[in-house]
Write a protein that binds this ligand. Structure first.
Ligand SMILES: N[C@@H](CCC(=O)N[C@@H](CS)C(=O)NCC(=O)O)C(=O)O
Length: 257
């Protein structure tokens, strides 16, 4: 069986999880905590980023490559019937979701939260982590937190810039989802939809999300959710989760180690 290494609340990890679930791939999820994950990730892969999927001797790092693998190995072929123009459109949308939308969502949430509510963020990030990382993660958190703030330019001073950047991406997505079609490309749920919905999910906390469904948003997080709740792209994502994401996986199903 494959193993997916994640940070539970990471939206890139949710993208990989959803892809594997949709492709009906059997896997177990092992959650890591930021900080101690560095040791584990570097033992497996060239970079410290999650998600990482291990299957037999194959190691795949990154949500896009894991989605490629799910598509090739799983029971569902999302691209069946897609023309080459549609495939190019899907690739372009996924790249935008990964490089612009996902980055902007994460930056605003961290910028708004890490200054004043860093304990709540840490609690969310460490929940369900593999047993040996759980005591280490809080000890490393002051360093991990500073590294996140510096690396992602996510301090309180960055909030106005982070907010403007996210709103530019949300405006773009509002236009994309305001057409007649339910799906971004073609007439059925595909990888562009999964990428976009997963990467937007942190500002929605859909009940069907395997992690956010059972996580209480903290104050700064709630303010962000409230600010965008009436956006077409938020309604679109919430509906996609409601209609296509399986109900929350019991936390016990994520292997603690
Ligand atoms: N483009 C990558 C982004 C993954 C990513 O940014 N992962 C973050 C968590 S959201 C991470 O692992 N950070 C820890 C690190 O960089 O060591 C993907 O699609 O998988």
């Amino acid at each position: 069986m494959a193993t997916l290494f994640t940070f539970g609340p990471s939206h890139y990890c949710e993208k990989a999880r959803w892809a594997l679930d949709l492709a009906a791939v059997r896997y177990r999820e092992v959650r890591w905590a930021p900080g101690p994950h560095l040791l584990s990730a570097r033992r497996l892969a060239p970079r410290s980023l999650v998600p990482i999927l291990c299957h037999s001797k194959t190691i795949i790092q990154g949500s896009g490559r894991i989605t490629d693998w799910a598509e090739a190995s799983g029971g569902m072929n999302w691209r069946s019937g897609a023309s080459s123009a549609e495939k190019a459109e899907i690739a372009e949308l996924e790249a935008w979701a990964d490089d612009a939308l996902g980055v902007a969502v994460r930056r605003l949430i961290y910028a708004a939260s890490l200054g004043t509510e860093s304990r709540a963020v840490a609690a969310a990030l460490f929940r369900g982590a593999i047993w040996w990382q759980r005591p280490l993660a809080p000890l490393m958190w002051p360093i991990s937190r500073r590294a996140i703030m510096r690396g992602l330019r996510a301090t309180a001073e960055d909030i106005p810039d982070a907010r403007a950047a996210l709103e530019r991406e949300l405006d773009h997505l509002d236009r994309l989802v305001s057409g007649q079609n339910r799906f971004l490309v073609g007439d059925h749920l595909g990888r562009a939809d999964i990428a976009v919905a997963s990467l937007l999910s942190p500002i929605i906390f859909p009940a069907e999300h395997p992690v956010y469904g059972t996580l209480r948003p903290w104050q700064a997080q709630r303010r962000i959710m409230e600010a965008y709740r009436d956006r077409p792209c938020v309604h679109w994502t919430a509906a996609l989760y409601r209609d296509f994401r399986r109900p929350p996986r019991d936390d016990a199903a994520a292997f603690p180690g």
